[in-house]
Design a protein around this ligand. Structure first.
Ligand code: DND
Length: 263
């Protein structure tokens, strides 16, 4: 860890302590999400959604997925957690975490049911979901049930996540499928053979949008209007993100393309 990272981490811990005094008093880590830090404090059962992602950039598909998961599972809210250095994308450049965080915040601004946590961006080293889930589980009382929201395309990969058995123990999964996609018995059996994951499926409006598609369009100078919220589009334009010459994103545009979202 560099001195700068240590300094940033320490400063964040101080902010945590200030924003969640109860957590700090008890020596518990804050989730650094003031809007939802107090969820479950009254002891009543409540469900909270966690939408993890690289969000490079965040787009309408991510937002519709979170919104429809919130409805389908009666979630009190959804916390978007952009990754720091994503475990599965170490072969390509990813836009700076602070900028992805800024885009996520711009995307959810004005929606009281959504919030963004810098937990992973602030954590030094490679980002693993298990560390995040541990921090969240440690922070929230047992009456808060955590639902990790993911596209069904990502679900089969959870067996390859670091400490996947622990991931399975710490959270339930809300897996988004698109209309017409049948969750077959063989799909479920395949997943069950890989671990004791608790997965509930819900159908989300088909949105054939992916971050790589947005990056490609931006690189070609094409419009991102209506594919991502306007404030996000404006950040991308103002910062010149995803242009072929942009140093932090050149590799992301040229290679490391994600598979289209086809659960
Ligand atoms: P992605 O890089 O796939 O995110 O990461 C998803 C989560 O997996 C993150 O929280 C990672 O930390 C975690 N992960 C991955 C690999 C290893 C480990 C953890 C580990 O701990 O070892 P994207 O930004 O590409 O997408 C975010 C989410 O949105 C995904 O679940 C994706 O399936 C979904 N999505 C859509 N949902 C509905 N409609 C669309 C979508 N496009 C993406 N159009």
């Amino acid at each position: 860890m560099t001195g700068r990272e240590q300094e940033g981490w320490g400063r964040r811990a101080e902010l945590d302590a200030a924003s969640t005094p109860a957590a700090a008093r008890e020596g518990r880590p804050a989730v650094v999400c003031p809007r939802f830090d107090g969820v479950g404090a009254d002891g009543a059962p409540v469900r909270l959604g966690i939408m993890g992602g690289t969000f490079d950039p965040i787009h309408q598909g991510h937002l519709a997925c979170a919104e429809q998961a919130r409805e389908a599972f009666g979630l009190a809210g959804v916390v978007f957690v952009p990754t720091g250095r994503p475990a599965f994308k170490r072969d390509r450049a990813v836009t700076d975490g602070a900028v992805r965080l800024e885009m996520c915040r711009a995307a959810v601004a004005g929606n009281p049911a959504f919030a963004v946590s810098p937990l992973e961006v602030d954590r030094p080293g490679i980002t693993y979901a298990v560390d995040t889930l541990r921090a969240l589980r440690h922070h929230y009382p047992a009456n808060v049930e955590l639902f990790f929201i993911a596209g069904a395309d990502a679900i089969l990969s959870i067996a390859r996540w670091r400490e996947s058995a622990e991931v399975a123990r710490l959270a339930r999964f809300a897996a988004a499928t698109r209309p017409g996609f049948e969750v077959t018995e063989s799909f479920k059996e395949e997943l069950a053979s890989r671990g004791a994951f608790r997965v509930d499926y819900f159908e989300v409006t088909a949105l054939a949008i992916s971050s790589s598609y947005l990056r490609e369009r931006a690189a070609r100078g094409l419009s991102l209007r209506y594919l991502t919220p306007d404030p996000v589009r404006k950040i991308i334009e103002a910062r010149g993100l995803y242009r072929l010459e942009a140093p932090t994103t050149a590799a992301a545009v040229g290679g490391g393309k994600e598979a289209p979202w086809t659960p």
